[in-house]
Design a protein around this ligand. Structure first.
Ligand SMILES: Cc1cc2nc3c(=O)[nH]c(=O)nc-3n(C[C@H](O)[C@H](O)[C@H](O)COP(=O)(O)OP(=O)(O)OC[C@H]3O[C@@H](n4cnc5c(N)ncnc54)[C@H](O)[C@@H]3O)c2cc1C
Length: 475
């Protein structure tokens, strides 16, 4: 039964409380706007509940177990037993702490929180269904709206997430048992992070990828380091094959794949994890009632102020066509949208957007590669520092990989970095700041870095680009 429709109004309506939406809501409230945030599921969105945070918690758990069991060289002899359901409980506690924090922060900033699913009635109002029998619905008129509804995992034909042996990334992050044999479809960043995690937890992992390498979009010498390490963890790769079907057989399943030429192969497994990308959540919003323009792939078209084609309506995060689909991108875009609504002169600048892959070792990139910079017309200079020449890397036992820094030759302006190695996700922040501040190689190289730290490798790469490196041979 639907209880009558009440009607309210707000200056800024935010739909979706992921890192795009809740950050936008808080910033708008900080600007003294009257803000209402509608969330149909859980505060924190995919990032906190089913993405960044739970995956990084399990990656850490798997690392601890793997490191402890593989430290004979350091004189540590251990054979750790993994209690997966305890690990998942711990992960859930981390998630609860953070999602509870988001709710409290929103309230403390004066954001009006509404639980329910919003659908556009027209370009100035939504109906929010509160869910559950007899919960009713309400209409909300808005002056401005920020759509931050995020994304969902892409399903491929014959692999329904509702079928038990077929896992989405969400299922993989909630499992209380480690499958003996895991087949992973897709060697993008989510597929690679989760295959590494399950391999470290003891699963026999095979990755099937349609393309001919792991981590499309990353340079060969970067992805090669990750692939080699994954192979040393026992992960098998099958390239040029697309998963086509699966069937139950014996105690497990058989997954069949097909090459472009129609050649079939089959793999025994217990679970199959499909991680082939994510698609924007625009089809459950009645978006046509508001008249927003979408791309062919269903993303909301936005400009660099995050404005859509309809006056007063903005879109941020995974749902907007200004990727990459990453949490910090959504948050930054949320801030831009909120500040623009508040009348401030802001724009989203994608020049220094870092990205990290939490594989073993990690990847951290920002700005342009050398090839991209040259395509843009820059004359470039590049400096590199391998981690096997870093004192700190040697003391951690993790020496695979390198820091590469790309700069404009004449001015020395830093244009980008590609880091693969220990803590690359943290190290890349220094180069992001350098790009954001218009720093030069000289600025990075002459900044005193603490010894012994991994960050010295960033300084050394900048020195190397200038022909001034002390601990590596110069170009
Ligand atoms: C396994 C995995 C690992 C990841 N790891 C990383 C990482 O390490 N780093 C990184 O930067 N990114 C990572 N991501 C991506 C990251 O999670 C997303 O980029 C980010 O969550 C997008 O934020 P968002 O606010 O746009 O949308 P979401 O986080 O998807 O939030 C959207 C919210 O909107 C709500 N919603 C949708 N429709 C409605 C409606 N009609 N009414 C009300 N509410 C609605 C949803 O319930 C959801 O809570 C990962 C993703 C996955 C799946």
């Amino acid at each position: 039964m639907v209880v009558g429709d009440i009607s309210t109004g707000t200056e800024v309506l935010v739909i979706g409380a992921g890192p795009g939406g809740y950050v936008a809501a808080i910033r708008a409230a900080q600007r003294d706007l009257d803000v209402t945030l509608v969330e149909k599921d859980a505060y924190g969105g995919v990032c906190l509940n089913r993405g960044c945070i739970p995956s990084k918690a399990l990656i850490t758990g798997a690392d601890v177990a793997h490191e402890a069991g593989n430290a004979e060289e350091m004189g540590i002899h251990a054979d750790p037993a993994v209690d997966m359901s305890q690990m998942v409980n711990w992960k859930d506690d981390v998630v609860d702490t953070l999602t509870g924090g988001v709710e409290k922060l929103c309230k403390a900033n004066g954001v009006n929180l509404i639980e329910g699913e919003a659908r556009f009635k027209d370009d100035g109002s939504v109906r929010v269904a509160h869910g559950g029998e007899g919960q009713g619905s309400e209409s909300i008129d808005f002056q401005h709206c920020i759509v931050a509804t995020g994304s969902r995992p892409i399903q491929i034909p014959n692999f329904e997430f509702a079928d038990d042996p077929v896992w989405s990334s969400t299922d993989a992050l909630d499992t209380d048992t480690v499958p003996d044999r895991l087949l992973v479809v897709g060697a993008g960043y989510i597929g690679m992070e989760l295959s590494t995690t399950f391999a470290k937890l003891g699963a026999d992992v095979t990755v099937v990828e349609m393309l001919d390498d792991v981590l499309p979009g990353y340079e060969d010498d970067v992805s090669r380091v990750v692939k080699k390490r994954a192979q040393s963890l026992g992960i098998d790769f099958e390239f040029g094959e697309a998963a086509s079907d699966w069937r139950e057989e014996g105690d497990g399943i058989v997954v069949t794949t097909e090459t472009e030429d129609g050649e079939e192969s089959s793999y025994d497994a217990d679970k199959v994890l499909v991680a082939v990308g994510r698609s924007p959540l625009t089809d459950t919003l009645d978006i046509e009632n508001a008249g927003l323009d979408l791309t062919d792939d269903g993303f909301v078209e936005v400009d660099d102020r995050m404005r859509t084609s309809v006056d007063g309506i903005y879109a941020v995060g995974d749902v907007a066509d200004r990727g990459p689909m990453l949490a910090h991108v959504g948050s930054k875009q949320g801030i831009v949208a909120a500040e623009h609504i508040a009348g401030e002169p802001v724009a989203y600048d994608a020049q220094a957007v870092p990205a990290a892959v939490f594989t073993d070792p990690e990847i951290g990139t920002v700005g342009m590669t050398q090839a991209e910079a040259e395509e843009e017309g820059f004359e470039t200079v590049v400096g590199q520092m391998p981690f096997n020449a870093s004192g700190r890397a040697l003391t951690t036992g993790h020496t695979d990989g390198f820091v590469r820094i790309v700069a404009e030759e004449q001015s020395g302006f830093v244009l980008g970095a590609q880091i693969v190695g220990p803590e690359a996700s943290e190290l890349v922040a220094e180069v992001s700041l350098a790009i954001e501040m218009g720093a030069t190689l000289e600025d990075v190289a002459s900044t005193i870095h603490t010894h012994p730290t991994l960050s010295e490798a960033v300084m050394e790469a900048a020195e190397n680009a200038q022909g001034q490196a002390i601990h590596t041979l110069n170009r």
